[in-house]
Design a protein around this ligand. Structure first.
Ligand code: ZN
Length: 297
């Protein structure tokens, strides 16, 4: 299959006639802010980083005809047929026009913005497919855009033997916004972003500051002390690289920011909210290091 055939899909619809399942509402704003450690805006508006929340179909999905377009399905099918059977989400970019207020209903549609030429990555060779969603308020007013990029690829042949050493954990999605974080982790340092404008600390890494809007930042190294802010015990679904049941915690670091990681050194059923934990680093295989948290149980 030649590139021109894929490129012919540029400009065609990727999703049509989408509508938010719920109006913008206070409970979802509050839950999102609590989960993200984000202040609830005092004017009651939705944080603009919630843009995609209002477009999601949830477990039950969107109504028939309001999801992916036939053109997008066709493009993915053609890439499959060309051997690009694997897919990985690589990055997303959002642009915000104005905050949404409770009670507002959104609509959205998306266009296939670009299909790249053949690219070879560590995963394999394939094509980047970028879609751009426009989210609109009632009356058609644009409130934000969401650009989403996937790589449809043929898995690299050389990768296969590595699997024989046992299943590997999923790889983190590293992009230009968080590459420094994962470089730090490889060097066994957990780096927190610090806004150069107002000093606010943030984790996970973001391109700009929620508090003051500054795009300038440096980093501070986490001391390593934290407490379990919340946790789940994973039983299902089973995933080959993991050995359930195991506990995954949202840890509040002493610096005040939160980070996800496995809890080690304590039986999964002894993990509790408020439990002190200490940062460690785990090499899950030759290529991946992740932060984990040792409980003192
Ligand atoms: Zn700031």
């Amino acid at each position: 299959m030649d590139f021109q055939a894929f490129q012919a899909y540029e400009g065609r619809a990727a999703a049509v006639g989408g509508a938010g399942k719920d109006p913008v509402n206070g409970p979802m704003i509050r839950h999102w802010c609590e989960a993200m450690g984000h202040p609830v805006p005092v004017d009651g508006s939705a944080p603009q980083a919630m843009l995609q929340v209002w477009t999601m179909g949830g477990l039950s999905g969107h109504a028939a005809g309001a999801g992916r377009s036939s053109a997008y399905e066709e493009l993915l099918g053609r890439l499959d047929a060309a051997g690009c059977t694997s897919v990985v989400a690589t990055d997303c970019e959002q642009e915000y026009v104005r905050p949404l207020l409770p009670g507002e209903r959104i609509t959205f549609d998306a266009v296939i913005e670009s299909v790249s030429g053949s690219k070879t990555t560590k995963l394999g060779t394939g094509h980047f497919v970028t879609t751009r969603m426009e989210v609109r308020a009632e009356g058609g007013e644009l409130v934000g855009t969401h650009r989403f990029r996937i790589l449809k690829y043929a898995p690299a042949q050389g990768k296969a033997p590595k699997q024989t050493a046992g299943p590997r954990r999923p790889r983190p999605v590293v992009n230009r916004d968080n590459a420094g974080y994962w470089e730090g982790i490889r060097e066994r340092r957990l780096l927190i972003q610090r806004c150069a404008g107002c000093g606010a600390l943030r984790l996970p890494w973001l391109p700009g500051c929620d508090a003051c809007g500054s795009a300038d930042w440096d980093t501070v190294r986490a001391g390593g002390d934290g407490v379990v802010f919340s946790y789940v015990v994973m039983h299902h679904p089973p995933f080959p690289a993991f050995d359930p049941p195991y506990a995954v915690a949202l840890v509040e670091l002493a610096e005040g920011v939160r980070v996800l990681g496995n809890v080690v050194g304590v039986p999964y059923d002894k993990v509790r909210i408020g439990m002190p934990v200490r940062l460690e680093f785990l090499n899950t295989d030759d290529e991946l290091t992740v932060p984990v948290f040792r409980g003192e149980g």
